[in-house]
Ligand binder design. Sequence first.
Ligand code: F6P
Length: 550
Amino acid sequence: MATSLVAGPQTGVWKELASHAARLQGVPTREIVAADAKRFERFSAEGAGLLLDYTRQRVDERVMEQLSALADAVALKDRIAAMWRGDAINSTEGRAVLHVALRQPRGAAVGGADIEKVVLEERARMLSFAEGVRNGTIKGSSGKAFTLVVNIGIGGSDLGPAMAVEALQEFTAGGPACAFISNVDGCRLADVLAAADPHTTLFIVASKTFTTLETLTNARTARAWLAGKLGEQAVRDHFAAVSVNHQAMNAFGVHPDYRFQMWDWVGGRYSMWSSIGVSLAIAIGRENFEAFLRGGHEMDEHFRSTPWRQNLPALMGLLGVWNINFLKLPTLAILPYDDRMRRFPAYLQQLEMESNGKSVMANGAPALSETAAVIWGEPGNNAQHSFFQLLHQGTPRAALDFLLPARSSCRNQAQHDLAIANCLAQAEAFMAGNPPEAVREELGKQKLSPERLELLVPHKVHQGDRPATLVVFRELDPVTLGRLVALYEHKVFVQSVVWGINAFDQWGVELGKKLAEQLAPAVRDPSGAQVGSAGVMRLLKKIDEWRRSP
Ligand code: F6P
């Protein structure tokens, strides 16, 4: 980002928004909502098959006008064009950011004709491999079809496909089972291997860099297991890989036909559309994977061409800015009312927090405002029975995203209708609350003494004013999941533009990685080792004592 670009806090609109936040302070959301009979018509938008209902946000028409003005003031349109042109908007790494090129159809030339060509070629290779694994024409070393695909990766090389395979379980019939291994402790891998048949297991090592400690450690363990069971020569038939690092894939012994390409212009957390999604493609098949890409592309076109007040990613991003910077809500809870979306909050944690968890702007100057919210969440009804108490009545307050399909993901509409009722009820309750007068009226119907009644009132009051957006869609199918993922990707980009930060690097993850590398030998053998602080050495000694104790 060039230094001449303006960040939101440097604009006059920012001050206007602050004055609107002050104006609305103390006005209950239920009053803002009640004052506008046409609120749903004006505070909802539909695009690319998704409905965004932001009627329960703490905004009125004047705030929305200013949020659109903010998008203009930071030249959001130009920044979108710069991304699509392939400008090096990831300035600290000098890279273009072209995940939008990964989901383009033939002839779209996103990123230019050369990029379109390599993307489509690699997509075709990957999909034909995926189909071969799926239909059993690509087999293991003993001539048997694969029944289990084990993706070994972490972060962006795990979360997207893992989330999507679970979300799209209804579309996986006929394919092998998929397992996802990420953590370095090796326990999940051990569990998966314990139940796996080596003859019918395919491993996919997904790592853009092919240097990631967790992934390589798990991959080596898996390789040793396979070679131990079937012999070294079987490795070539049982390992595929996705990376930019061909040298490392050579060293690992990945067969050239089983290698898939990544590019520097795709960030890990934006990569599930590429061959990093091969496990997903195997799970759901070519047509469904293509539908997923189509959904992403539909959202891209919507984002590029729609005025801000109907533009779903822009609305989401701007409302997030309003909540974080003006209403001072530092967290966003992601609440899917569909159990199959249970990994969606985890997926968004990396997408949003690794992208926008920054405190300097792209030009190196300190950020002028708070940046990314803390993202967390859990499928709806589970959340209701665990942390909703705090959300309704606790002192920390959060903004909320509800995700709601109209149709059941497992053909049990009767039960899903209960999920719908719960979702809508909770969104209303968070918005309107339950004021003291209403609580008194309810309690008045019980035969309570006046003292008892007054004692209970404060405990039963819900303040409301917890702002929520509902993202509603027909059903959780591949095209819709593509739209949803792209919606959040662009939302993150919108916010990065407003805050003037680079959403596409992640230097913050390096320090801990480096320290862990230095510490690893001392952990193995703390006797005489002198790395880390005195406190760390004391801990290591204690850990070692417990490790050795019978
Ligand atoms: O967590 C840091 C990170 O670099 C992520 O950005 C990335 O998705 C993940 O590690 C995995 O990286 P790789 O695909 O190179 O193994």
